[in-house]
Every structure is written in structure tokens, then in C-alpha cells.
Design a protein around this ligand. Structure first.
Ligand SMILES: [Zn+2]
Length: 296
């Protein structure tokens, strides 16, 4: 599933092809992409729009038009975008949409599982839509450990689940959360609201570092993700825990363990990322020592 580094890589590669270009012809083959609207109606609305910027917010790609409208693209599990010069687009049974630009080149949208979405929003609707769904951008200066602490305060959910919630920090998914928690030496089941100042600082740093490393290596290609020029990312070669069950931890040699949390496979090092030492003092559910005494 594309996360922030994959979407940012797509943005960086598509930007020079899209800036200033007009959408000449738009074909949307899959009604799921734009529902509840009619594909032909959305396509007709998009034709003639000229691109003024290509932005990203969390895992959303934002095609901004000179008219002020924006096309919000979310790739979900298996969506990808490809740019091809005039007439060079190969056949693809999983293609869901094609945009012909005014220089004759094509932008093709492919999606095997078909969970991705395209939404055309009016200028005034874009920011409220994003604000409601997304927290702070982790690669911006505004993402600090006090800010992260505020978002986690009072939350009993495991830190893994809290970080997958896009309103905590925008753009993180299963891979980069596991990698960030390993770097910060935090157990994925740690109740989110119990992180102390030093731990919040480590986690903030780890999130920024792991995302920057992901962007630098053009994302992680596991199954479906490829870049708009057809290339693959290289971040998968740098994973420390994700998908590495049974392999030795690169910090301490302990075999990496896999559990399930928040409905997702979760990889961590049982030695570097301990839960026990925090549980007695910080878990809100565990009865306190005095209470146990009084019940005797
Ligand atoms: Zn370890």
C-alpha cells in the first residue's frame, strides 16, 4: 500500500510532466473510481482543466487546476500512475483511467484491487476535506515532539494503531510505522498516551528519518507499487523489521517477531522494543499496587 514516501515519489516524478498541461481527453473506465458520480460526467468536467500545481497531503495526491478546482487522488492499496510519451502506452487489463495531455502524452491510472479514488473538488471544499481527515505533515517543521505528544495525550490505543490513524500524523502506513517504532525502540502495543518526553522526541525523529529515507530511495516496491516512469523503489532493501520475521535484529541479533495489532501484521524486536518495563507504572487498566492490597 503506498504510503507518504511512495506518493511523494510519484508526485516528484509526475510534476514536470503535468505542470502547465491541459487535460485534453479523459477516459474513466471504472465507476468505482469516481462513485457516486458517473464516470463520463467526471471525465467531461476534467477535460479542459489546466494543471497549476501537483501537491501531496498525507497519502493524497492533489492535482490543482488553474480554475481553482482540484483532483484528489488516493491510491489506497494497489493504485499507481504511469506517464507515457505519445502512443507508447502498453495495454493493461488493470487500467482504470487515462488522461491525454495537450502535449500528446498520457497519464494512466492502474489499480488491481480497485480501492483507489478520484474526487474532483471545488476550490473551497479542498482544505476542509483534508483538514477533517489528516493530522500534521511529518516532514514539515510544524511536526515536533510536543505536537505529537498533544495528539497522543490520553489515548489508550496501542501506539501502532494511533500512528496508523491519519489524524495523528498524515501519511504513515503499516510499513513506515513498524520501521519508525523499531528506530525509536518502542513496543507497538505501548499505550499511546504513556509516552514520555524523551520517547516522544525519539519517535518524532524516527518518523522523519524513516520517511526521508523512503523518499530518497523512491519508496518501497513490494508488489504493486512502481514509479510513474515504470521503475521500482529501493526502500524494501533497507527494512529493519517489516516482513523480517525470524531474521536477526540488526541492532541486537534477536530474531524479529511478528504479532497482529490494529488488524495488521506488525513486526518488532522483542529485545530492543520492550513493553514490560512500562506496563506496571503506565497501563491504565492494570490495578495499582495499593488497590490489590486493599482487596486482600
Ligand atoms: Zn533488537
Amino acid at each position: 500500500m503506498p504510503e507518504l514516501p511512495e506518493v511523494e515519489t510519484i508526485r516528484l516524478q509526475l510534476e514536470p510532466h503535468l505542470l502547465g498541461r491541459r487535460f485534453d481527453r479523459v477516459e474513466i473506465h471504472d465507476p468505482r473510481l469516481v462513485r457516486p458520480f458517473e464516470p463520463s460526467a467526471v471525465a467531461a468536467e476534467l477535460e479542459g482543466e489546466r494543471v497549476s500545481a501537483l501537491d501531496r497531503r498525507g497519502k493524497y495526491l492533489i492535482v490543482r487546476f488553474e480554475s481553482g478546482r482540484a483532483l484528489l487522488i488516493h491510491l489506497r492499496m494497489t493504485g499507481s500512475l504511469r506517464h507515457a510519451p505519445k502512443g507508447e502506452l502498453a495495454d493493461d487489463p488493470h487500467r482504470r483511467a487515462v488522461v491525454r495531455l495537450d502535449d500528446g502524452s498520457d497519464i494512466a491510472y492502474r489499480d488491481v484491487r480497485r480501492f483507489g479514488t478520484w474526487q474532483l473538488l471545488e476550490a473551497e471544499d479542498l482544505e476542509p476535506y483534508l483538514e477533517k481527515r489528516l493530522g500534521v505533515e511529518p516532514l514539515e517543521r510544524t511536526f515536533t515532539s510536543p505536537r505529537l505528544g498533544q495528539r497522543l495525550e490520553g489515548r489508550r490505543a496501542p501506539i501502532k494503531a494511533a500512528l496508523l490513524d491519519q489524524r495523528t500524523v498524515a501519511g504513515l502506513g503499516n510499513i513506515y510505522v513498524d520501521e519508525a517504532l523499531w528506530r525509536a525502540e518502542l513496543h507497538p502495543l505501548r499505550p499511546a498516551g504513556t509516552l514520555e518526553e524523551g520517547e516522544l522526541a525519539r519517535l518524532t525523529r524516527a518518523i522523519k528519518d524513516v520517511l526521508k529515507a523512503g523518499v530518497k530511495r523512491q519508496g518501497a516496491s513490494l508488489r504493486d507499487y512502481s514509479t510513474p516512469d515504470g521503475g521500482r523503489g529501493r526502500m524494501q532493501d533497507r527494512f529493519r523489521v517489516y516482513g523480517r520475521e525470524g531474521h536477526p535484529c540488526q541492532r541486537c541479533g534477536t530474531p524479529i517477531d511478528k504479532i497482529r495489532t490494529a488488524g495488521r501484521g506488525t513486526w518488532y524486536c522483542p529485545t530492543c522494543q520492550r513493553l514490560e518495563r512500562h506496563a506496571a507504572s503506565s497501563s491504565p487498566r492494570r490495578p495499582s499496587r495499593s488497590r490489590r492490597h486493599s482487596s486482600v
